[in-house]
Ligand binder design. Structure first.
Ligand SMILES: *Cc1c(COP(=O)(O)O)cnc(C)c1O
Length: 340
């Protein structure tokens, strides 16, 4: 059996069809805004969520960090969950790139509430406090094991942000994993946020890139920041085409990844060495081990059977299903977990 790599949904390789589409994509100089494929991708991504404009970037870290830089001045504060990707996994970029600080909230599997946000917003008339200038959510929530946000809670947060004149940004690296499950209308969802970062290289299976979407005015500012961050690319339509192909072909099939993740979750639940599994809502499975076996032991047993998973801090192991998995691979993973 070939290696079954479940460390992340970023490990997918472009399919034959995707590669063909990429080879044939028309290209131009994107810094001059003359790459037809990138222009199409940006417009297409924006339109899905009813936004005016988009910006193709090299990574989800870049789209998030650009958005933060547009909204925040040095000394300002960003409100997010303590495990948010923008804080935990972007190398301290909020401070380093934008000189901003963070107000970290303890959400339920990374999902913060309007009530929590409300009590974290600083009074702008009091000169002692940092200025709150951004609220950022993540859906689905990676550290929360792919947890889906409730649309009603997002609506409450949006109403609050509107009243407080605060922008609301979404780290939507896996937003389609959320929306194929909740079936919330994409435009209705998009309207709740000032900006959204969408990853093309996660579950959608493109090799490179993310798109930041928002108003024309916002994207104009974001384009300037992208250039300053060294993110202006030239004939990048050749890689952007993979993203365009992914948006057109790979959204609905995410459901399959979710069904497979639930099958793996069930296998973990039957193991004596598993304390509990975070309820699997999308394509991420997080198993919390008990004293029966160590994380290292389980990972090495999996590896002996050609299966790769990720240590996820503490006693946790993470697996992520993705479009390069086959039914045989998933069965092999289930059998192996049961045999440990
Ligand atoms: C993967 C990911 C990103 C972006 O990661 P890059 O590797 O920089 O593309 C952002 N947010 C979340 C929640 C992610 O999982």
């Amino acid at each position: 059996m070939e290696i079954v790599d479940l460390r992340s949904d970023t490990v997918t390789k472009p399919s034959k069809e995707m590669k063909e589409f990429m080879i044939n994509a028309p290209v131009g100089d994107d810094v001059f805004e003359e790459d037809p494929t990138i222009n199409e991708l940006e417009a297409y991504a924006a339109k899905i969520f009813g936004k005016e404009a988009g910006l193709y970037c090299s990574s989800g870290t870049q789209t998030n960090q650009i958005a933060i830089n547009v909204y925040c001045r040095p000394g300002d504060e960003v409100i997010c969950d303590k495990d948010a990707h923008i804080y935990m996994y972007e190398g301290g970029g909020i401070a380093k790139n934008s000189g901003a600080s963070v107000r970290l909230l303890e959400g339920d599997r990374g999902r913060i509430t309007a009530q929590q946000v409300k009590s974290a917003i600083m009074d702008p008339s009091n000169v002692h406090y940092p200025l709150t200038s951004l609220v950022a959510l993540e859906d689905t929530m990676n550290r929360g094991g792919g947890a889906i946000y409730s649309i009603d809670e997002i609506k409450r947060i949006q109403t609050l942000c509107k009243n407080e004149r605060l922008p609301l940004h979404l780290d939507g690296a896996r937003v389609f994993n959320s929306l194929v499950e909740t079936k919330v209308d994409y435009v209705e969802y998009g309207n709740l946020f000032n900006s959204i970062s969408i990853c093309l290289s996660k579950g959608l299976g493109a090799p490179v890139g993310s798109v930041l979407i928002g108003s024309k005015e916002f994207i104009k500012k974001a384009r300037r920041v992208r250039k300053v961050f060294g993110g202006g690319m030239r004939q990048a339509g050749i890689i952007a085409a993979g993203g365009l192909f992914a948006l057109k072909n790979n959204i609905d099939r995410l459901k399959i990844d979710h069904e497979r993740a639930i099958a793996i979750e069930s296998a973990f639940k039957n193991c004596s060495w598993v304390e509990n599994v975070l309820e699997t809502q999308t394509n991420i499975i997080v198993a919390n081990l008990n004293n029966g076996k160590s994380v290292e032991e389980v990972l090495s047993q999996l590896e002996k059977n050609q299966i790769l998973a990720m240590p996820f801090g503490g006693n946790m192991i993470r697996m992520v299903t993705h479009l390069d998995n086959t039914p045989e691979q998933i069965q092999h993973v289930i059998n192996t977990i049961q045999s440990i």
